[in-house]
Structure formats: C-alpha cells, structure tokens
Design a protein around this ligand. Sequence first.
Ligand code: GDP
Ligand code: MG
Ligand code: K
Length: 256
Amino acid sequence: MRVALVGNQNSGKTTLFNLLTGTNQKVGNWPGVTIERKVGTIRGTDFEIVDLPGIYSLSPYSIEEAISRRFLFEENVDLILNIIDSTSIERSLYLTTQLLELNIPVLIALNMSDIADKRGIKIDLHTLEEKLDTTIISISALKKTNVFNLIQYIKRQDYRKNYYTHIYDLHLEEAIKKLENLNETEHKRFLAVKLIEKDPLFNDFQNEESNQIIMDISKQYQRDMEQIIADERYRYIENIRDEAVSARKEQLTWTD
Ligand code: GDP
Ligand code: MG
Ligand code: K
C-alpha cells in the first residue's frame, strides 16, 4: 500500500508527515533536482507514504507539478492523502478537483482546524463530503488533533473509493464522456480533460476522433479551452464554498 501526501505549500504537509511516520522516514532528493523527497512508513502499518512537493495544480508548468504528476501516474499510488488548509479552502480545492479526476481514491485531511475554529470559520463536513464525493477528516497537525483518527481511516482503508465527481457543465461532461470512451488508459477522465485543455504532455494521445470531439466542443465556447476548464473548476468550488462554509465576514480570505 502506497500513500501520496499531496497539498499546497504551507498546508502542513511536513508537519503531518512527521506525525504520521515518527522516526520511520528517509530524506533524499527527487531524481535530478534538489527538491527534497521524504518517504516513510505510517505508524502501526506497513504503508509507505511519500511527501510530494507543494503544488497548486497538476498542470505541466513547474518542476514541482511535473514531479507530482509523474509520481501519481507512474508509481502505483493506492491512496492520495490530500491535505487542505481549512482557512483557504477555495484556493486548496483547485488542486483537489484535479486529483479527483485521477483513478486513485482521495482522502482529504482538512488541516489547521484550530485556526479555523479561532476565526469562527465553520465547515459543514457532511456537505463537503457529498459535494466532492470523498471522505474528509478535520485535523490539526500542529495540535495533533484527530491525527490518530486519520491513521485509523487510512489503516482500515475506510474511505470512499468511487471517483469522478462531475463538476463541469453538461456539454463538457458529454465531451469528456466521449473522450473517455476512446482510450484505455488508467486515468481516463484526467486524460480526457487534458486533451480538451490541449496539454502538450498528452499530444501523443490525440487522434482523429478525439480531435473531432475537441473541435466540436471548442466551437461551442469560442474561448481558450484551458481557461474554460479552469473557470468551470472555480465555479464548482464557489458553489461548494457557498453551501459548506460559513464564517464571520471579516474572516474570509477567499479573494487574496
Ligand atoms: P508544508 O509546506 O505543507 O510542508 O507545511 P508545514 O508542515 O511546513 O507547515 C507550515 C506552517 O504551518 C508551519 O509553521 C506549521 O507549524 C504550521 N502548521 C501546520 N499544521 C498546522 C495546524 O494544524 N495548525 C496551525 N495553527 N499551524 C499549523
Ligand atoms: Mg513541507
Ligand atoms: K480520484
């Protein structure tokens, strides 16, 4: 069993990693770069956990993103442990919407719950779980709150394993479905979205049929498809925020 710890910079990844592994960890570098690579074993299990570089997206634009993406694609990851800063859910969920498109279960650790509590930010976990179709556990890595519980969930593999939260409008979802049916890769939905975005790393997967589907969908929008996909992600995230998060107004940090 292999777990990948994924999240934004400063979401508390290293703090959580240290708690989950204790002294059972090795530090090195990712091949060819001087970015730290930590691997360990989760306490009370023989599950391997790898601390991936802090990222905001799975686009191909930075070394950190490329490392993370390659790892998730090629290294037989059984579970993505996605750590999120509860005080900036909106920013964090942008990455989450991409992780959910991979054919890998995602368990969310909603970190910094101590700060959220102090600021009066209230998050309806049940609604958030329903909306994202995934299992969410509120923790504070700093205060060690609920971390033992999190380990139990991982150990018992007690999390939702049905993927593919539908987040786009009807036309896009239709195009994605058609593209998914054209390929036999492991991460069909992720690939379908990347083809629509015209992500250069997936050029090899283009063919006549996929190009036709993408031309048809592009005609309907008349704008850059990568931007359309990003807009759709944000629209979905705003909707989730409106339904699942409440706070004293002056404490909200959505727009920074
Ligand atoms: P990383 O960049 O994702 O590895 O984040 P770190 O683990 O280095 O944490 C970034 C900062 O947030 C550090 O100062 C941590 O002590 C702090 N931090 C991490 N988790 C929590 C938490 O649950 N509550 C609070 N208040 N601070 C935290
Ligand atoms: Mg770190
Ligand atoms: K998934």
